[in-house]
Design a protein around this ligand. Structure first.
Ligand SMILES: Cc1cc2nc3c(=O)[nH]c(=O)nc-3n(C[C@H](O)[C@H](O)[C@H](O)COP(=O)(O)OP(=O)(O)OC[C@H]3O[C@@H](n4cnc5c(N)ncnc54)[C@H](O)[C@@H]3O)c2cc1C
Length: 390
């Protein structure tokens, strides 16, 4: 197998018991859904073709005009308008298990800019007032309970993410509904979760509330949901949540926005990072200051004494998860890329179009770092003074 092909192959943790996708159960998922091999790991040449039908326009899961008689509910918390991979998988699990007479309803706490149909949801209720890091457990529970009361879903799918989803699901479970947590396998006939430190895989029938671990379902669906926004239902659910919030014993004072430059690198949302291609460190620091960004560096830049050791990002430095990572003159060695694997948008400036960092980046600028930094600093200063003048 040549390298180009190998790089296109996506391997889901083979130690997972199995992963559900549109074609059924697969132990190892290669490429897009449908590209997968069989359970024996037998991958035909067809698995590697690029003009696969799943790359064409996707069909709708539910036939047009068909009235549904049952419902599966997926619940997720968004982060700055988007669902993370774990939440997408929880919605996908519901969509993959739903039959032709079952609609998938998605309840989102926080804003949502994602394409609801592509997520696999037929109807979506968005409660933007519970976004960000709002602490509103009673309100969220009231909203979810009211929606469950209204829709009577057969099952409720929530990512067992260790934070908001896990908390909400367990609260609902404590209120009386049957719950299964840490679920690693799911199919129409049942689910399974590890027990006794992973030494035992316990199986049972589907619970009413299902808290899913990561990688249980493949979020790359070969079909679309109806993608309708249920505004009226959202208003009613929002009112139930509001009533619970007003009687809550907690008062959420909100979160304070800090400049990224004041934050620890591993918490920063915006990082400007320098590598060996940055000669003018003073210019780089001015730019980071003007952008209010945290400063990071490659190991070579740190070893050269240009930055302190605590600025090093990578395998032997810090692992960061910024929304935006702007890399100047960094080649993108595997040890560096390891440290930025969780960054959402990577922008790379490099003279070399074949640098690995350019391949990793969502936006690349092939050019001289010093020139780019000067131009960008000019632009930022102009924008800031225009802002101050208005
Ligand atoms: C065990 C081990 C652990 C390691 N841990 C880490 C780690 O935690 N973090 C880490 O970063 N590295 C780590 N490394 C080092 C890593 O392998 C690389 O050597 C290092 O990341 C390279 O840094 P760099 O990209 O800044 O420098 P270089 O490899 O020298 O790359 C410089 C890049 O800048 C570009 N460039 C040059 N001039 C310009 C210009 N004027 N304008 C724009 N672009 C320009 C070049 O095209 C090149 O792509 C580790 C290595 C080992 C062996």
């Amino acid at each position: 197998m040549d390298m180009a092909i190998q790089n296109n192959v996506r391997r889901v943790n083979p130690r997972r018991p199995f992963t559900v996708n549109a074609d059924g159960i697969r132990r190892i998922v290669l490429g897009q859904p449908g590209d997968s091999g069989d359970d024996n790991g037998d991958y035909g040449s067809q698995a590697l073709t690029h003009n696969h039908p799943h790359h064409a326009a996707k069909p709708a899961r539910l036939a047009a005009g068909v009235a549904t008689t049952a419902c599966l509910l997926a619940v997720a918390h968004s982060d700055r308008g988007a669902l993370d991979e774990h939440a997408r998988q929880a919605v996908a699990a519901a969509a993959l298990l739903a039959d032709a007479a079952t609609e998938v309803v998605l309840l989102v706490f926080g804003e949502l800019n994602d394409d609801v149909a592509a997520l696999g949801a037929d109807r979506c209720i968005v409660l933007p007032q519970y976004g960000g890091h709002a602490f509103a457990p009673e309100a969220e529970l009231a909203a979810l309970s009211a929606l469950a009361e209204e829709l009577q879903p057969a099952h409720i799918f929530i990512p067992d993410d260790g934070v908001a989803g896990s908390d909400l699901g367990r609260r609902l479970g404590a209120a009386g509904a049957g719950i299964a947590t840490h679920v690693v396998e799911i199919s129409q006939s049942g689910l399974a979760a590890y027990r006794q430190q992973g030494s035992m895989l316990a199986r049972r029938s589907l619970a009413q509330i299902i808290l899913l671990e990561m990688d249980v379902a493949d979020a790359r669906l070969p079909f679309l949901g109806r993608g309708q926004l249920a505004d009226q239902l959202g208003t009613a659910i929002g009112m139930a949540a509001g009533a619970a919030a007003s009687s809550s014993p907690f008062l959420d004072l909100g979160s304070k926005i800090m400049a990224a430059s004041q934050m620890e690198l591993d918490e920063a949302d915006f990082i400007v990072s320098a590598g060996n291609g940055v000669d003018d460190v003073a210019l780089f620091n001015s730019l980071a200051n003007a952008l209010d960004a945290a400063v990071g560096a490659s190991r070579v830049a740190v070893d050269d004494g240009k930055f302190k050791r605590d600025k090093q990002i990578g395998a032997t430095g810090k692992t960061v998860s910024a929304s935006a990572y702007l890399a100047f003159g960094i080649s993108g060695a595997v040890q560096h890329l390891q440290g930025i694997k969780d960054c959402r948008h990577v922008i790379a400036v490099n003279l070399d179009a074949s640098a690995p960092m350019i391949k990793r980046a969502d936006l690349s600028i092939i050019g001289d770092a010093q020139e780019l930094m000067t131009a960008l600093l000019d632009q930022v200063r102009q924008a800031r003074s225009a802002e101050a003048a208005s």
